[in-house]
Design a protein around this ligand. Structure first.
Ligand SMILES: Cc1ncc(COP(=O)(O)O)c(C=O)c1O
Length: 306
């Protein structure tokens, strides 16, 4: 697969499918590459394990590439889901975090649970903006010196409302963290994600990679402020297995990982990311915009049954 036309030509097995904002059918290339990787893993040959490791780096590098320069592979972690990425952010945060209770529960429930586990160190400040749209104005109204972060969906799962990340960054200023749930936008919305500090997402919607394909990117500011409290033995320097001693969490974003990722999920994610990178997010976004303008329907706005 290379160009947008190759990408578009690979669709079509189920042209009436409209539930992309919930769960997308796996792409043909994901299906065939994961079968090849599974076949390889079934051999037990050392090359199979080398391939698995290479896939991890490939997937992390491609997430960084799609986020845009200067995002680096080292700042990207692979996660079982978006929610796992957000857990690493919220459980390690201190201060007051703004969020809407109308967010997908990956934000609202995770923030609530992290606050309850924080012994008073973390407090959610729930905001209830009109129509549930987390606008820069609604955020500005709720700000004071206690606020250390805002957590928000880039695209709202229910309404399809798209936040203006750059405007939110302006309102927050340089010192507060902007934590973005990009589950509804990554791979389909061309935006400046790097104005945020944490971007968490997954591959089972617009990337067509299936579940188990989460990821999270952490800026330098995020890494300074967020303790890797949920760091596991996979979160050590180099991601190597350390035995007979207790290694500290890595100095890089790798610290925000628990264990080694599922090899076949990583293969699905890497393949899907490559297809989207090659087709180009602006071209994909434009094609969807043209389709929904013709049909007067938003591609978002379907309540997620997951
Ligand atoms: C905005 C948003 N965030 C998070 C999720 C859940 O993501 P995950 O299953 O990767 O945790 C969804 C699922 O629809 C969603 O719409």
């Amino acid at each position: 697969m290379g160009s947008f036309s190759d990408y578009a030509a690979a669709f079509g097995s189920n042209p009436g499918f409209l539930n992309w904002a919930s769960f997308a059918p796996l792409s043909a290339s994901v299906l065939s590459e994961v079968a090849a990787d599974a076949e390889m893993l079934s051999t037990g040959r050392p090359a199979a394990f080398t391939l698995s490791r290479e896939r991890i780096q490939e997937a992390r590098g491609l997430v960084a590439e799609l986020l845009g320069a200067p995002a680096r592979l080292d700042d990207v972690t692979l996660q079982p889901s978006t929610t796992h990425g957000l857990m690493h952010a919220f459980y390690g945060l201190r201060g007051t975090v703004l969020a809407s209770p109308a967010e997908f529960p990956s934000v609202s429930h995770t923030l609530d649970r992290a606050a309850k586990a924080s012994a008073g160190g973390l407090t959610p400040r729930w905001i209830e903006p009109a129509h549930t749209f987390v606008t820069p104005e609604a955020v500005a109204e709720a700000l004071d010196d206690e606020v250390t972060a805002l957590a928000v969906s880039h695209v709202d799962f229910r309404t399809g409302y798209r936040t203006d990340l750059a405007a939110l960054r302006d309102v927050l200023g340089p010192d507060r963290l902007l934590i973005v749930d990009a589950a509804q936008s990554f791979g389909v919305v061309d935006a400046d994600y790097l104005v945020a500090d944490v971007v968490a997402g997954h591959g089972y919607k617009w990337l067509r990679a299936g579940r188990g394909t989460g990821f999270a990117w952490f800026s330098a500011r995020a890494r300074e402020r967020i303790e890797p409290v949920l760091s596991g033995f996979g979160g050590v320097e180099g991601g190597e297995l350390v035995l007979d001693e207790i290694a500290p969490p890595a100095a890089s974003a790798q610290a925000y990982t628990v264990n080694f990722p599922d090899s076949l999920a990583v293969a699905r994610l890497a393949t899907a990311l490559r297809d989207v990178r090659d087709a180009g997010v602006p071209a994909i976004e434009e094609a969807i915009r043209a389709t929904w303008t013709r049909s007067s329907r938003s591609p978002h706005g379907t309540a997620c049954p997951c």
